[in-house]
Design a protein around this ligand. Sequence first.
Ligand code: ATP
Length: 233
Amino acid sequence: MLEVRGLRVSYGPIEVVHGIDLDVKEGECVALIGANGAGKSSTLKAICGLIKARDGSIRFDGQDITNQAGHAIVRAGITMCPEGRQVFPQMNVVKNLRMGAYARTDDAQASDLEEMMDMFPILRQRAGQAAGTLSGGEQEMLAIGRALMARPKLCIFDEPSLGLAPKIVAEVGETIERVKGMGKTILLVEQNSLMALRLADRAYLFEAGEIVLEGTGEELQSHPEVAKAYLGH
Ligand code: ATP
């Protein structure tokens, strides 16, 4: 469904992603793991059209989307659930969810809103509350629900567990598990490598702008280098 080939990304003269290849197949959950600064977020941003690819190609659902505008990529079916959640703090929960559907032209948004609130009952309880007053974990659920309101073919999660307490991280993991259960295709970037590898069907390990390992979530969990450097055992 997503095919990235020879992707290079630079900031000014400094290249930070050095010609990577990666694939996400329909229905898969794929994780990108690796240390801070390894190039995971830059890769995601290039896929979503938020920064330019210096070289290489990105194909999605049979279409070349390399360096297309962000809104065209959303229309093609890719939605990003951004790092730090970025809910609209003054708007209430329902309005935030509706914002996720802004690019849709069909009339099933009301029923999707109901579906989101069935899926995340806490959002129904908080429906009229300003999003900024929600806890970090609730805001993450809202950000995920808002992303799903776009009915994406590919859902990208950038660091969903960042800054959350361990108990809440586990809840976010369960939420992503539920999104997987809906049959959604997921690309996930996570500092929490253990959570990412447990969730992922396949994963790629980034180091200094390159992909140095690729395998199933289980294979990478039991890989000695990954276990030592990223899982702490
Ligand atoms: P993190 O988990 O910290 O986001 P990452 O693996 O996602 O790490 P990137 O954020 O893609 O890594 O960063 C890759 C490199 O690009 C780093 O060296 C970083 O300092 C640099 N970088 C990221 N954003 C910018 C920017 N806007 N301008 C200049 N350099 C940047």
